[in-house]
Write a protein that binds this ligand. Sequence first.
Ligand code: FAD
Length: 528
Amino acid sequence: MATNKLLLTFAICRLIVTVGLTLRPTELLRLGLNGQLSLDPTDMETASLDFGMMSRAEPLAVFHPASAEDVVRLVDAAYASVNGFTVSAKGHGHSINGQAQTSHGVVIEMSGSVKKLAQLSPLVSMEQEVQEQRYVDVWGGELWIDVLRATLQYGLAPKSWTDYLYLSVGGTLSNAGISGQAFNHGPQISNVYELDVVTGKGELMTCSEEQNSELFHAVLGGLGQFGIITRARIPLEPAPQRVRWIRALYSNFTAFTKDQEFLISLHGHPNSQKFDYIEGFVIVDDGLINNWRSSFFSPRNPVKITSFNANGSVLYCLEVTKNYDESSANTIDQEIEALLEKLDFIPTSVFTTDLPYVDFLDRVHKNELKLRSKGLWDVPHPWLNLLVPKSRISDFDKGVFKGILGNNTSGPILIYPMNKDKWDHRSSVVTPDEQVFYLVAFLRSALDTVIGGDESQSLEYLTNQNRRILRFCDDAGIKLKQYLPHYTTQEEWMDHFGDKWAQFYQRKMEFDPRRILATGQRIFKPSF
Ligand code: FAD
């Protein structure tokens, strides 16, 4: 306890020296922070980096809160101080471009050990009787994998996911949170009942559709600009037991997108059979299909791309799943058969696997462990995520997949459509101006060393290629929006938000007038 106090005083002194805080250490100590303000080198290093490994900013201190009240006290101190300091919530640090970093203030580590989080809030509190009201209240720094494990104990699970579950609730809700369920349930930001948010003025506010709705919509997809999410109430559904997971190949892009669009259109027909998850990816070489997320294809039985695609051009893989329970196991084959019959993939190219629901949702983690064991996880990730309007997706295919990309992708390229009517236009997130738009995600890893004179996997090469892709779209008039956007000037941000900029700006002035929150997004400069 005494060490804790000493550390705290030291951290505060450092803040004072560096930013000239007008509060004296005794005053900050009197704030009664129960969490730990830390200058531990490991903490500082972790807070200085992120998954992208392309930007670095060391904070003045790292704070591990013990409760929402702790977050309130720290933000309130930052807001009230004459000279000011910034506060950045960090979830699991899986941003690409330093979005959760700050060099002018404190990083709040929202994710921590499960034990500590369990003390913060009881993970599951549900009203079981009425299906509509099944929900879970989670701490904003909770990881989705832990939310899943906890709710499964009650036979329940959230409805809308990300492909990877080691992301924090607050982090994905600050963006959108998308995966193959989004066509049907909408993104994760469309699946929230209520939030507790600490605004940039240090006020803890509960918000929902009905209560403080302006703040509620601002925070969802709000890139951390309006407040720190300390609690989210997530609706739940009965968790399926098993998943039938199917992949099928296409050599014709038009046939591929036509089928994807047909499948996502079935969400509008409540009584018709539909898949539960719809994604897809682009294949430009043999390595990708056999290595990426390779738990699907058996290593003993590698898939030979050339057997489907003699002329070596690009292939597209549709990926769908159907959830089921033991009780409906006898009809699942017919249901899937009936859906597949309507599609136009290469007939001999259907691959099927069957696994427990939790294993399907946690599938990317297996890949993470493999990459970690080869030292290929902690490398720079020049990712580019785009939302491309349906009307221009075939131009994108011609110009990018079959053009700029060549045959070297340095990582998976996802492509799947979503329905705009499942996105709430009142949230802060921006999407293309069409009912159907595609996520196209270039999930690249750069190599530090150039192998055999081949520079096509270097960070510089891949970053340049990302720029070429964006320039091509701009020149071709493809009105896309970046997902997990990264810009460095306010002009670019204004362009990104378009019609929504005025509202975004107004909300910022209302909820974080000193512009101290999430400065790593580089949208607003702090007012001190
Ligand atoms: P961080 O990187 O820690 O923070 C991101 C931003 O949110 C920062 O600005 C931060 O200040 C802010 N923030 C963090 N916590 C809070 C909070 N509690 N309140 C307010 N603001 C907060 N995204 C998808 O949609 N679908 C996917 O399938 C998907 N897969 C991914 C797979 C991998 C391997 C990786 C690395 C990323 C993936 N992402 C995906 C992107 C991911 O959703 C975002 O990068 C998200 O921000 C990561 O969450 P995090 O907890 O690591 O956030």
